[in-house]
Structure formats: structure tokens, C-alpha cells
Design a binder for this molecule. Structure first.
Ligand code: UT7
Length: 331
């Protein structure tokens, strides 16, 4: 078989209508627009409506991605749902998405915290490169608002909801994924954790009273890990792809905090106009952040055929993941 790769052939996003601004949060917790903007770069985030969830938002994004790729659900060979906030512990959100789009294929959930979508890009593209599949649907969707304690100012101002989806399709190996890195350091597992509701600590009245069904984060320690990881992972995947840093045309970083992105920008000595940022409008949407940024970069005319794109995510686990991709389709 001729060597082959996988490229992004379709893309779509969905964000809930409701906007929660920093001014709204000022009325809810002891915080200020000034603190949130200077410490994180976030101005507003989206919050899912009562009838929305990770699967419903993921389905909306997936339908757009299928349409852009010119495919029907029945053309998809595998569905991967990448999320840290699935609808249920089980069944897999991937199965809910598979059913809704009319796919007749395997489906599963991939959970690598905020790195889940980029992990999914690697898993899906490698299954295509190995010859197993032609078209893989990868959905990165999160409903983080359901796991936020809106009395805890150290977390609730940072996160938002949303979804992005891509269709990965087989292509000539000159295009698509050229290099990747998957990383994890489980020693940092408690730095961002939802402590109760799993098999280690099932939900009880006591865990609910203690707020252990909400996200707990040691923000400062995660910040140090993130600033070290984002730029260095981008360097390593570019080097594995055989690119010099100035040959990266567009860098799509995980949108957790503008200061983390700026630290990477300095390390990479990359002009800011090559780095796509939308953390100001969506906050940290975990697995949805890279696809939400990538699709907006396409819509802004930043991503074009024959360009070298690097995407890097990091977070819960701790995990990180990077992909170097040569863009192969007309936009
Ligand atoms: O998706 C990947 C996972 N997550 C991340 O990447 C997040 C990484 N971490 C961060 O982005 C930053 O650490 C934060 C934005 C979470 C916090 O910024 P920081 O500069 O590291 O602040 P800090 O945690 O050191 O807190 C500084 C102060 C504290 O007050 P004292 O102890 O100095 O008096 C906090 O209590 O800011 C206080 N603070 C707030 N004040 C107003 C914390 N949250 C708030 C708030 N409003 N919302």
C-alpha cells in the first residue's frame, strides 16, 4: 500500500447562545473584570442551555463538519468523542453522536483532559494511515459549566462550553499529519481533578455537600506546567516534521490563558499574527478549544492549502499533545 496520511477534510463548530461576561461574574463571586482580563485574557464565555449537553453540541458541530466534507453519516467509518465532560459515565458520548448522525460504525470516547481532541487527531489519523479506515469523525465537545462551582472564583471564571468537530480523511502522505507527540505525567493527576462521582469516590450526600462533584484546580502549579509545555511541545513536533520554527505558518494553541500563549510566543519567537487566539470570547473550553480556534482561523482566512499548521493542547492528567499538519484541502 502507498504510504498515506490523514487530513482534515471537514470542520464545524457549535457554541451555546448564552454569553456569561466578566461583568456577570462580578455579580456572582468576589472577582473583577480587571482581574480576569489581566490574569487570563478572558472577557466572556458560553454556557450551555438546559436542554444542551456534550452530545447535543457535538452533534451540531459534527453535522456541519460532515456537510463541509460532502459526506453523510453513513460514510463515516469511526466516531471518536474527545471530552472530559461526557453526557454519562457510560454509555459513551461517541455512541450517542454515532446514532444521531446515522453512522453505522464503531464509536468510543477518548478522555485525555484538555488534550483529548489533539489525542483524538493522532488516534484517528494513525488508524487511517494504517489503512483501517477512510473517514473518521472526531468531535471535541465540553459542557464544563455543569462541573463548575459558581461560588469558587478560582475556577468558575475560567471555563466555558462549546464544541468542534472534524472529518479526518485519507490523503497522500505529503499532506495531513506529518508528526505528533502524545505526553502524560500522571504524577500531576491531582492538580486538576473532579474528585467524586467515579469508582474511587462514588457520589454521596457528603461528597455533594463538600462540592467534590465540581472541578478543583491548583491553578498556579498548572500554569507552570503549561508555560513549560506549550512552546516546547510545538518545537518538538515541528522538528519531527522537519520544519524550522519559522516554517510554521499557523500555530493553534490550547486556549486556556492568554499569558500561557504569550509565553509560548516568546519562546518560539513567533509573530503574534501566526498564533490564533480566541480565549477572550470562549474562555477555556478544554477539548473544544483547539477545534474552535482552528475553525475560526480558517474562517478568518489564516489557514490555507499547503501551509504548515501546529496544534498543541495540555491539561488534566497531566497530559499534552501536539500535531504538525500540512494543510491539504482548499478552504
Ligand atoms: O486547560 C488546562 C488547565 N488549566 C490551565 O491551564 C489554568 C492554568 N492556570 C492559570 O491560568 C492561572 O494560574 C490562573 C488564571 C488560574 C490564576 O492566575 P495566577 O496569576 O496564577 O493567580 P493565583 O492563583 O496565584 O492567585 C493570585 C490571587 C490570589 O489571592 P492572594 O492569595 O494573592 O491574596 C487568589 O485568591 O488572585 C486571587 N484570585 C482571584 N481574585 C479575583 C483567584 N481567582 C480570582 C478571581 N478574582 N477570579
Amino acid at each position: 500500500m502507498k504510504p498515506r496520511s490523514a487530513q482534515i477534510a471537514g470542520w464545524g463548530t457549535y457554541v451555546p447562545e448564552r454569553v456569561l461576561t466578566n461583568a456577570d461574574l462580578e455579580r456572582m463571586v468576589d472577582t473583577s473584570d480587571e482581574w480576569i482580563t489581566t490574569r487570563s485574557g478572558i472577557r466572556e464565555r458560553r454556557i450551555a442551555g438546559p436542554d444542551e449537553s456534550t452530545s447535543t453540541m457535538g452533534i451540531r458541530a459534527a453535522e456541519k463538519a460532515l456537510c463541509r466534507a460532502g459526506l453523510k453519516g453513513s460514510d463515516i467509518d469511526l466516531v471518536i468523542s474527545a471530552s472530559a465532560t461526557p453526557d454519562y459515565m457510560f454509555p459513551a458520548t461517541g455512541c450517542l453522536i454515532q446514532d444521531a448522525i446515522g453512522a453505522k460504525c464503531g464509536a468510543f470516547d477518548l478522555e485525555a483532559g484538555c488534550s483529548s481532541f489533539v489525542y483524538g487527531l493522532v488516534v484517528g489519523s494513525q488508524m487511517i494511515a494504517a489503512g483501517g479506515y477512510e473517514n473518521v469523525l472526531l468531535v471535541g465537545a465540553e459542557t464544563l459549566s455543569r462541573f463548575m462551582d459558581y461560588t469558587d472564583r478560582s475556577t468558575c471564571v475560567l471555563f466555558g462550553d462549546g464544541a468542534g468537530a472534524v472529518v479526518l480523511r485519507a490523503c497522500d502522505d505529503a499532506y495531513g499529519v506529518q508528526a505528533f507527540e502524545l505526553g502524560a505525567d500522571g504524577a500531576g493527576c491531582e492538580l486538576i481533578i473532579l474528585p467524586a462521582g467515579g469508582s474511587a469516590r462514588p457520589a454521596t450526600e457528603e461528597t455533594v455537600r463538600a462540592g467534590d462533584h465540581y472541578v478543583h484546580m491548583a491553578g498556579n502549579q498548572v500554569f507552570k506546567f503549561a508555560t513549560m509545555t506549550l512552546g516546547s511541545c510545538a518545537e518538538r513536533v515541528a522538528s519531527k516534521a522537519g520544519w524550522k520554527l519559522d516554517e510554521i505558518d499557523v500555530f493553534i494553541p490550547h486556549q486556556a490563558n492568554l499569558r500561557i500563549i504569550e509565553a509560548a510566543q516568546k519562546r518560539l519567537e513567533m509573530p503574534m499574527d501566526k498564533i490564533f487566539v480566541n480565549v477572550d470570547r470562549y474562555g477555556n473550553t478544554s477539548s473544544a478549544s483547539v477545534p474552535l480556534a482552528m475553525v475560526e482561523a480558517i474562517d478568518a482566512g489564516l489557514i490555507r492549502k499547503d501551509q504548515n499548521i501546529v496544534m498543541v493542547a495540555f491539561g488534566v492528567g497531566l497530559t499534552w499533545a501536539g500535531v504538525a499538519m500540512r494543510w491539504g484541502v482548499d478552504v
